[in-house]
Design a binder for this molecule. Sequence first.
Ligand code: SF4
Length: 82
Amino acid sequence: MNQHIHCIINNCHYWAEGNKCVANEILVTPDAFASNQPDNIDATMAKQLTPAAADSCMATCCKTFVPKGSDRMNADNVTKMS
Ligand code: SF4
């Protein structure tokens, strides 16, 4: 699959010039789910997670986001694409 994820969150560890996400995978969840889960619940565990609904785009979030320079950058087991 030739997928491009565009993102403007430029303080994320996975953000790159041109507003590209260079994470090898990401996890999008309802806000309520993300706020209750630790950092290690992320894209690498997606197949184990129960699907859930959201009322609008404002109720979704990128669970893979981690601030640049954070000591939590490796907690999600997601890597940058080369
Ligand atoms: S991980 Fe999420 S927040 Fe970070 S650049 Fe990719 S899409 Fe944006």
